[in-house]
Design a protein around this ligand. Structure first.
Ligand SMILES: Cc1cc2nc3c(=O)[nH]c(=O)nc-3n(C[C@H](O)[C@H](O)[C@H](O)COP(=O)(O)OP(=O)(O)OC[C@H]3O[C@@H](n4cnc5c(N)ncnc54)[C@H](O)[C@@H]3O)c2cc1C
Length: 465
């Protein structure tokens, strides 16, 4: 707390006082800022990047249609679309017996031109009145009487430390979590465990030959190229792809780029391809923060760990949150209650809804990480999980293995009883998580008890390898 009082004393307080300051003009920040402004709130959006860089992000570029249906945001169109995505082939480590998933509403959509899409979101926000300030590096919150009351930032043009106060700060700074990491508050989970981070490397590649099914995404689980992680090949055009690997951290592994080199050698489609663009990044792959708000501040997007723990998709999860947060901010400001209690509606609406789905997928992620390559190959060969199970799990319907299916699977999996037991345990825990999130408390008072419950479920979600 003292640190920011001192920083504040050094900083020059600007006179412009917006009601809402959103830090970060990524997809989550732009959507939140736009929603706040169109609901009549005076909103300022800050980003450390210059304006033309907004939208540039190392990413798999895939987004499903379902997020646009939920948010009402205009879907990608024209040059924003790189390719349609219709279905996915999911491969086990030995690359045979792949699951062909088709008609997967929650995944099918597009790969997008990220910079164009990001620029559109920014321009729409500015058009409804958001004041955008590029090249502004936020260094932390202003804290007054234990609540966040604004931000301290470095103005890159003048190198001056400045401070702006506001009613609500929104941390949409992505993986950096620039405000989250500076708070010492019982409601805020400040740090993320290494095993909950996927370190990624990806390349945009121009292929020598066109792909066989140019609209199908390919996902590769485990193996030498992606131990306890995944690799992907997403279509960007008939001869262009976005390919990468995501490796979960914490186990003294090599760099994701070195795994990608192994992957490139394994996949004949990638041989001789020309690299158009490359880069790395980190994604949080765990359930969202237990509370997405505390006094004077809300968290959205990667800063709030709103990402699908299985495939690392976070564009849609953050956009959904931004729409909800805008509505809650409007009501809280009208009631003049920007305390955690006043902002709590964002928690209940998001965590009992989409967040609940993300949380149960953390159990599924842990299961995938604990299954050996050999067992995974066996499971794919014997179809212990079908395409429908994958789709149901991703929808948030758990691993609902019906009675008829169960008998068939028990027969097919007879020689791998341990694997079947793991599957059964994961199915049960996913249901438990789902039920627990449905009971997310209506006020901060119930959070401690609720957190004890979810921690207990997650502690039992350990699967020996
Ligand atoms: C390799 C890779 C592949 C991925 N593939 C997919 C995919 O195919 N589909 C999908 O849906 N998701 C994917 N994701 C995840 C997805 O990219 C993120 O979930 C999403 O972009 C998060 O959006 P955001 O707005 O929360 O954060 P970001 O897009 O990271 O935006 C944060 C913004 O905050 C700004 N900022 C940070 N710190 C400060 C500061 N101190 N001061 C001012 N500004 C600051 C940054 O400049 C940035 O503009 C992938 C991620 C990676 C790394």
């Amino acid at each position: 707390m003292c640190l920011y009082h001192c920083e504040l004393l050094e900083a020059r307080l600007t006179l412009k006082r917006p009601e809402v300051i959103v830090i970060g003009a990524g997809t989550a920040g732009c959507v939140t800022a736009k929603r706040c402004a169109e609901l009549g709130l005076k909103t300022m959006l800050l980003d450390r990047k210059p304006e033309p860089e907004i939208g540039k992000k190392v990413c798999g570029d895939e987004i499903s249609k379902s997020h646009f249906e939920f948010t009402g945001i205009k879907p990608p169109h024209g040059k924003e679309i790189s390719s349609e995505v219709k279905g996915a082939d999911v491969y086990p480590p030995n690359m045979s017996n792949e699951l062909q998933v088709r008609g997967w509403d929650e995944f099918d959509g597009w790969t997008i031109d990220r910079p164009r899409f990001g620029q559109r979101l920014l321009q729409r926000a500015v058009q409804v009145g958001v004041v955008f300030k590029p090249e502004v590096h936020v260094v932390g919150p202003i804290l007054l009487q234990e609540r966040v009351a604004g931000v301290v930032y470095l103005d890159r043009h003048t190198d001056e430390k400045m401070a702006i106060s506001c009613k609500l700060v929104v941390d949409a700074s992505g993986f950096a979590g620039v405000i989250r990491k500076k708070l010492d508050d019982p409601l805020v989970e400040r740090d993320i465990a290494k095993e909950d981070i996927a370190l990624c490397y990806r390349e945009i590649l121009d292929l020598k030959n066109p792909m066989a099914e140019p609209e199908v995404a390919r996902i590769y689980l485990g193996g030498d190229a992606a131990p306890q992680g995944y690799a992907w090949v997403f279509p960007k055009g008939p001869k262009t792809i976005n390919a990468g690997v995501g490796i979960t951290g914490g186990k003294g592994k090599a760099s994701p780029k070195s795994y990608f080199e192994i992957f490139k050698k394994q996949i004949p489609l990638l041989h001789g391809a020309r690299v158009l663009e490359s880069g790395g990044g980190a994604v949080p792959i765990r359930r969202p923060m237990k509370s997405l708000v505390t006094d004077g501040v809300a968290f959205v997007g990667d800063a709030a760990w709103q990402v699908n723990p299985i495939h690392g998709g976070g564009i849609g999860a953050g956009m959904r949150a931004g729409i909800i947060l805008g509505e809650v901010a409007k009501q809280a400001i009208a009631r003049r209650d920007l305390s955690a209690r006043g902002l709590w509606g964002y928690n209940t609406l998001y965590l009992r809804g989409f967040g609940r789905r993300l949380a149960s997928l953390e159990v599924f992620k842990r299961l995938l990480q604990a299954v050996s390559d050999e067992d995974m190959n066996y499971g794919f060969e014997k179809r212990l999980l079908e395409a429908n199970d994958l789709m149901a799990a991703n929808r948030g319907d758990g691993l609902s293995i019906g009675m008829r299916n169960k008998i068939g699977r028990v027969k097919r999996g007879a020689s791998r009883v341990k694997l079947l037991l793991k599957l059964r345990k994961a199915a049960g825990l996913m249901k438990k998580v789902d039920r627990h999130y449905a009971q997310y408390p209506g006020t901060p008072d119930g959070l401690e008890n609720w957190t004890r419950g979810i921690n207990k479920i997650m502690e039992s979600a350990r699967f020996s390898s």
